[in-house]
Design a protein around this ligand. Structure first.
Ligand code: SF4
Length: 357
């Protein structure tokens, strides 16, 4: 049976059905609609004001690749300028290839690229070194949680280095739904109280962050990359299969099989369940060592590095609001380690969203 006509241009044959609406579109009309929806998300949420210098967190994976491409298309209409900022976590056999993809993108799109490395920022510590130091401690499975804390700091440092006023990351609706599920599963009331939202306004001197793809489904991000013929990196990070996020992803897939709108419903639920700003805990203070946002004497990154130096890396996860910079019991391991599914499409970026939004 021949493909139906595109429901938008009525000229070309449809190349896909949009996963959520079922609308049949040709590739060109789908890409136009996708870009228009991201533009609407940015404008309606007032995420990026005209004149903003925007640091795009670039991992080389499909989400950040699509985000950078779409924002580059929209930049003249938004009146913003873009900088790519990539983080080198120091993961041998993996990150070098991902950074090569980012460099190709920067050259192809003629965008300035800055790479910040854990080793330079964190006194020589790389993610491989962190993994070695936690091996056999019962916390080796928390690599992504440690990494997420350091990545968040590294991206902030990189953005400041390039004079950015705003940071954007490539989280899509599926990522956000997984985060909501993880917060529930971990009993992380602090994060649930803050809700999802499209980003943070930059409390306590931190740069404002936002997620322009937050309402776009993973499937449509992949379709957009396909129709725009984007070059992205799709190998899996060696530590990704250990990530707790894999369990939330598996659960979300089961939910979506029964209810296709489950991911977006979870995103909207988190926004509706969030406490009003006035009811939330007061804004955190500053880290006594580095000056970054902190709810205790040391921020999460400094507390983690401190623990690594002492051979006792700690990050508790739970009711108080995300990874905490305190001594405490380690997070419980997943109940069935052997069955932990890895990222659905092998892209590190998804697992990298463990704690960096
Ligand atoms: Fe870091 Fe991402 Fe690798 Fe996890 S999957 S260790 S967050 S680079």
């Amino acid at each position: 049976m021949p493909a139906p006509q595109c429901a938008s241009c009525h000229a070309a044959r449809a190349a896909l059905r949009r996963p959520r609406s079922g609308q049949a579109l040709c590739g060109a009309c789908f890409c136009t609609a996708f870009e228009a929806e991201v533009l609407h998300t940015v404008l309606a949420g007032r995420l990026l004001p005209p004149g903003a210098v925007v640091a795009v967190g670039a991992s080389g994976g499909k989400d950040s690749t699509v985000l950078a491409h779409v924002l580059r298309e929209l930049a003249p209409r938004l009146g913003v300028s873009l900088r790519l900022v990539a983080v080198d976590e120091g993961i041998s056999g993996y990150r070098d290839a991902a950074l090569a993809a980012v460099r190709r993108q920067a050259a192809r799109w003629d965008l300035p690229l800055t790479v910040v490395a854990y080793a330079d920022l964190f006194g020589g510590w790389t993610m491989d070194a962190v993994a070695r130091s936690t091996a056999g401690s019962g916390r080796s499975r928390a690599c992504c949680t440690f990494c997420g804390v350091l990545r968040r700091r590294a991206l902030e440092e990189g953005a400041r280095l390039v004079g950015a006023t705003h940071i954007v990351t490539g989280h899509n609706a599926d990522d956000m739904a997984e985060t909501v599920l993880m917060n529930f599963l971990r009993g992380d009331a602090g994060r649930l109280a803050r809700g999802g939202g499209l980003g943070s306004r930059g409390e306590g001197g931190a740069l404002p962050r936002c997620r322009p793809l937050q309402l776009a489904s993973q499937k449509e991000v992949v379709l957009y990359a396909h129709f725009r013929r984007l070059d992205y990196f799709s190998e899996e990070c060696v530590y990704a299969p250990e990530a707790f996020r894999g369990h939330a992803r598996h659960l979300l897939k089961l939910l979506e099989a029964a209810r296709p709108s489950a991911a977006l419903d979870l995103v909207h639920s988190a926004e509706r369940l969030a406490l009003a700003p006035a009811a939330r805990p007061p804004p955190p203070g500053a880290c006594s060592r580095c000056g970054a946002l902190a709810s205790r004497a040391l921020c999460q990154a400094c507390a983690l590095l401190d623990g690594l130096q002492r051979g006792r890396p700690r990050l508790a996860i739970g009711k108080g609001g995300g990874a905490r910079d305190e001594e405490g019991p380690p997070p419980p391991p997943p109940s069935d380690p052997g069955s932990a599914p890895g990222p659905a499409d092998g892209e590190c970026g998804a697992a990298c969203k463990e704690r960096c939004e």
